[in-house]
Design a protein around this ligand. Structure first.
Ligand SMILES: Nc1nc2c(ncn2[C@@H]2O[C@H](COP(=O)(O)OP(=O)(O)O)[C@@H](O)[C@H]2O)c(=O)[nH]1
Ligand SMILES: *[C@@H]1O[C@H](CO)[C@@H](O)[C@H](O)[C@H]1NC(C)=O
Ligand SMILES: [Mg+2]
Length: 328
């Protein structure tokens, strides 16, 4: 007698599961495509004629690759590049560390590529490569692209706005030395967790029109980190810091498996590292917000929430993850 009810319930359940799965397929970002022109770079030595980019699967040729994602960054990039190169040249004078800088223009419309090439000409001692994405991908897509074409034994991602203190690279470098031998996979992330609850937060609670954005940001960031615990990267205190160092072996395993081109890609990188058993260290870094962020906190938060759910669901269902991408 209760059979019809049971069948009805089962049918509903099946329909529900199918709907959730279809929603996931619908919302999941399509595979990141690379256009032929994006497999080339330009530089001081060849500013007009594009040169083919090397690939991450090849051998390393320099000690460090610095990947700078840049979207409409003509006003913030020059000073950031200048402090970056100051530090890198002083280190290479002392310890012979070689480096390259890869600026990935994320489909800017303000002439970021032209400016980067002009700056490359002003620093003849530095190997600066400029890659131009035809369409805006998002920060995650730009970082991934730069990483997949880096030549470094170690690869650093850093924001174009100069929010991080570039000298802190040395703390990350040292932490990576401590994680294991040079050719092993390892991953060191900069962290601003030590800045929270101290001055930055006290200041932001003193609400003035100027600081409202930081209050909102802090609340949303707190919410984000609560969700991150559910997603499985709660062990990392600051997932979103734009200052992260990868050993080449770690980058080779992580970046080909990255699917998200959007803001939350940092979480995907950490989740992949966890699934791959790659050791991760967190190192405190200095940080000062730089005006001119093009991130809309509210829409970006909603987008992050959506992408976190998509990320988790795809990993739970085995659609995304390290092992699948190896066979691709
Ligand atoms: N806003 C934005 N930034 C991008 C994009 N693609 C790459 N980026 C780079 O991502 C980095 C962080 O951007 P920023 O606007 O400073 O964001 P915030 O520091 O999180 O407020 C910068 O180097 C941007 O140039 C994009 O599509 N949008
Ligand atoms: C990028 O810069 C161009 C030129 O200044 C401007 O027209 C465009 O709206 C900017 N895009 C964004 C998303 O800020
Ligand atoms: Mg910034």
């Amino acid at each position: 007698m209760d059979h019809p009810l049971l069948y009805g319930f089962l049918a509903l359940l099946v329909v529900g599961v199918v709907c959730v799965y279809l929603a996931l397929l619908f919302w999941s970002p399509p595979p990141i495509i690379t256009r032929p022109s994006e497999k080339n770079y330009r530089s001081r030595l060849s500013p007009e004629k594009p040169t083919p980019l090397p690939t991450l699967s090849g051998p390393s040729e320099v000690d460090l690759t610095v990947v700078i994602p840049a979207f409409n960054e003509t006003s913030r990039l020059p000073s950031m590049l200048s402090t970056t190169i100051d530090h890198l040249t002083s280190v290479s004078a002392k310890s012979k560390r070689t480096y390259e800088i890869v600026v990935v223009d994320d489909g800017s419309s303000d002439g970021t590529t032209a400016l980067s090439l002009k700056l490359a000409g002003e620093y003849p001692g530095s190997d600066i490569r400029v890659v131009t994405l035809e369409k805006n991908l998002g920060k995650g897509g730009a970082v991934r692209h730069g990483m997949l074409h880096g030549r470094g034994k170690r690869l650093l991602m850093v924001d174009a706005d100069g929010a991080s203190r570039f000298e802190d690279l040395e703390s990350l470098w040292k932490a990576m030395d401590d994680l294991g031998p040079g050719d092993a996979p390892s991953f060191v992330v900069g962290s601003r967790a030590h800045l929270v609850r101290t001055e930055a937060v006290v200041k932001s609670l003193n609400i003035t029109p100027n600081s409202q954005r930081s209050v909102l940001r802090n609340i949303l960031m707190y919410g984000l980190h609560t969700i991150l615990r559910v997603v499985g990267v709660g062990h990392v205190r600051d997932t979103q810091c734009g200052f992260k160092l990868f050993s080449r072996a770690a980058a080779q395993q992580i970046f080909p498996a990255q699917h998200l081109p959007t803001w939350i890609f940092d979480v995907e990188l950490l989740l992949l590292a966890k699934e791959l058993g790659i050791p991760v260290a967190e190192v405190p870094v200095e940080w000062h917000e730089v005006a001119g962020s093009k991130l809309n906190v509210v829409t970006a938060s909603l987008e992050m929430l959506r992408d976190l759910l998509i990320l988790r669901a795809n990993h739970v269902l085995g659609r995304w993850g390290p092992s699948r991408s190896k066979t691709q």
